[in-house]
Design a protein around this ligand. Structure first.
Ligand code: RTP
Ligand code: MG
Length: 143
């Protein structure tokens, strides 16, 4: 299976709960490696740009307000099948539907405040990584 990179955000609710380390541990235990990371308090323009695909959706305004309500931790994760693997350990969008032991089942409180973001495909992973990280911020982890 191919080595992939995916883009991940620990959202403001999970940063406020002080569980960045717990979530990083889930990534590492699943075999994903962190190859770039930064903590950022997103601007409204950044949040709107990042979630532009949802701009016509009824929840867009609330989503943007939530994403700028506090700092987020963003990272690029690398590993075999990283995109689908990260979605699997995140769990369903609505924590009520998230499988036991997933990040959202354990740390999210609602569909609006659902702890993490993860890219949903190869194209979006590429776009989202490039939206927040330059090439020289991505570190090779094989040695
Ligand atoms: P994400 O993009 O954040 O990883 O989440 P996702 O793929 O699981 O869900 P997506 O459909 O892309 O929606 C993006 C975020 O919008 C919020 N949302 N609220 N109230 C609602 O019906 C609703 N639907 C989606 C969630 O916070 C979701 O993560
Ligand atoms: Mg999504």
């Amino acid at each position: 299976m191919a080595i992939e990179r995916t883009f991940s955000i620990i959202k403001p609710d999970a940063v406020a709960k002080n569980v960045i380390g717990e979530i990083y541990s889930r990534f590492e235990k699943s075999g994903l490696r962190i190859v770039a990371a930064k903590m950022v308090h997103l601007t409204q323009a950044q949040a709107e740009g990042f979630y532009a695909v949802h701009k016509e959706r009824p929840f867009f305004k609330d989503l943007v307000s939530f994403m700028i309500s506090g700092p987020v931790m963003m990272q690029v994760l690398e590993g075999e099948n990283a995109i689908a693997l990260n979605r699997e350990i995140m769990g369903a969008t609505n924590p009520k539907d998230a499988a036991l032991g997933t990040i959202r089942a354990d740390f999210a409180s609602s569909i609006d405040e659902n702890a993490v973001h993860g890219s949903d495909g190869q194209d979006t992973a590429k776009e989202e990584i490039a939206f927040f990280f330059s090439d020289n911020e991505l570190c090779a982890r094989t040695r």
